[in-house]
Design a protein around this ligand. Structure first.
Ligand code: CA
Length: 540
């Protein structure tokens, strides 16, 4: 803890110095590495699909050591957290079906590699959370194999209850077995009259959290990973522990969370509830830190809607306020988890027809949101996907050089070429999507109230494409101004500025930062100023 507080103090100091030197020299700001770590649960996460991110040993498959090599990239981007998609042994390329919950998949490296990654990440003030897939296991997990073997060995006339069978073979109790095909998501145990539930796939049998024996296994597994030094879990598919049973599912989430926190009081948890705002709100009954905000995300979500213009800025900010009210009323300590896309969605570049300015603006809007942001690897360079095939959403990251470049997942379609260059070239281009993202994340790191502040909408200054909000946190206030029109400036009037200054309690409040999609300048004047299309201004 002490180490983090000290580095916070140091980073505040260096942020101050950086701003001054940039102001004097007018040179490109030192965007790097002032992550401004505050010892709370707000972070900028980078979602990594290890398979496709960086290959350290030349076999074409990304690996743990590859992630380690690129920690400086992630840090310079402005992220201070990493979400690793599943790393445990699995027969599939995506690894959402685990065969051993206490190991690293061989193709990704060793447990020693992982321990080193955690150590190096922490040395860089980067937290690491891992995908935790406890709704189902792989059909090749020895629990399932043993249970099926046991059922296959039974006499067909055996009419004992599943409780009685589980008393003899506990693994039978770990899954949802039945003597009937209860739904079309039930599959036959080959050669028997038994069925099992597999909501996602026949090879992903659903686990049964009525089983205390299974809970003992998972408590042991949770303790194992916490002992390895992880900072939290990204919980997969938490709506599905019992289909449609929010009460049961939130209890499972809470039990995992409370057990983990008994071992590490700072443990963080973010869960996948792919549903509308009201359902997401109901899952905060779990009293766990974060739920992904699927209302804001995806091609049809509020954020990309605001980029396209079919969602006006005024509606964007009222959505921000309604997230605060809907989630906060259920669980006041919630930390929203906002994102544009993830590994299950088509990429931003596809949703926005590879329009560079639109892609930038999407990143800017994301980075102005409350909560923790999650950047899916490749969005910061405008990578492309294709169609609905999952493999096409998880292509090899474009470093822009041969070293470290992975091969695409085996079943990806060939020839999907991004409209934008790789990292190397984008780093050198002040007008690149990558440098826009760095700037947007840097602003977020410099002004912690952007992620944490409670929102007041300035109604008098908010209409259509123009919106102004004030965020307040810890005696700090910042105004965030939006123009989401595709073309055409909006007027920030003298009266708007007076209102902002009054709300901020600072008669001299002025522009401290802004984001424009063409690197155009915005010049503050007390008499009012123009905000160009697709711009965001920060006044403090
Ligand atoms: Ca490799």
């Amino acid at each position: 803890m002490k180490k983090r507080l000290l580095s916070f103090a140091l980073s505040v100091l260096t942020v101050g110095l950086t701003v001054i030197s940039a102001g004097c020299s007018g040179k490109e700001k030192d965007e790097a590495s002032d992550l401004n770590i505050i010892d709370d649960k707000y972070r900028n996460y980078y979602e990594v699909f290890v398979h496709s991110f960086c290959d350290s040993d030349g076999d074409g498959i990304g690996d743990i050591n590859g992630v380690d090599e690129k920690l400086s990239y992630i840090k310079e981007l402005g992220c201070n957290g990493i979400w690793l998609m599943p790393i445990m042994p699995s027969p599939t390329y995506h690894k959402y079906d685990v065969t051993d919950y206490k190991a690293i998949d061989q193709s990704y490296g060793t447990m020693e590699d992982f321990e080193k990654l955690i150590e190096d990440a922490h040395d860089n003030n980067i937290n690491v959370i891992i995908d935790f897939v406890m709704n189902h296991s792989s059909s090749e997990h020895e629990w399932f194999v043993t249970a099926c073997d046991y059922l296959k060995g039974l006499d067909g006339s055996d009419a004992r209850s599943f409780e009685e069978l589980a008393a003899e073979c506990p693994y039978v109790g770990y899954y949802h077995f039945s003597r009937e095909k209860e739904t079309d998501k039930y599959y036959e145990v080959p050669g028997t009259s038994f069925y099992y539930e597999g909501e996602f796939w026949s090879e992903m049998p659903d686990l049964n959290y009525e089983s205390e024996e299974l809970w003992k296994e998972f408590e042991d597994i949770i303790a194992f990973w916490i002992d390895k030094g992880i900072d939290g879990f990204r919980m997969d598919a938490t709506m599905h522990f019992e289909e449609g049973d929010t009460g049961f599912n939130t209890k499972v989430m809470n039990r995992v969370y409370e057990y983990a926190r008994s071992l590490d009081p700072d443990f963080y948890m973010v869960s996948e509830v792919w549903a509308g705002e009201k359902t997401i709100a109901s899952y905060y009954e779990s009293k766990t830190d974060s739920l992904f905000n699927f209302d804001a995300a995806g091609p049809e979500g509020i954020l990309l809607g605001a980029v396209r213009g079919n969602v006006k800025a005024s509606r964007l900010v009222s959505s921000m306020k309604s997230y605060e009210e809907d989630f906060g009323s259920v669980y006041p300590d919630y930390v929203d988890a906002v994102f544009l896309t993830n590994h299950d969605m088509g990429r931003v570049a596809n949703a926005l027809n590879a329009d560079k300015e639109a892609i930038k603006f999407a990143g800017g809007l994301l980075c102005s949101m409350n909560g923790s942001v999650y950047v899916y690897y490749g969005e910061e360079i405008g990578m492309k996907s294709a169609g609905s095939k999952d493999e096409n959403k998880r292509l090899a990251f474009a470093w822009g050089e041969d070293k470290g470049v992975c091969k695409d997942p085996d079943d990806a379609d060939p020839g999907i070429v991004s409209d934008f260059p790789g990292v190397n070239e984008q780093n050198e281009d002040p007008d690149s999507i990558l440098n826009y993202y760095k700037h947007a994340l840097k602003i977020r790191n410099t002004y912690p109230e952007i992620a944490r502040g409670s929102i007041t909408i300035l109604d008098e200054a908010t209409d259509g494409n123009k919106a102004v909000i004030i965020k307040s946190w810890n005696n700090e206030k910042i105004a965030v101004l939006y123009n989401n029109s595709k073309r055409g400036a909006v007027d920030i009037t003298r009266k708007d500025i007076e209102l902002i200054r009054k709300e901020c309690g600072n008669p001299e409040a002025s522009i401290v930062e802004y984001l424009t999609v063409d690197n155009g300048e915005i010049i503050f004047s007390e008499d009012g100023f123009d905000m160009p299309s697709r711009s965001i201004v920060f006044i403090k």
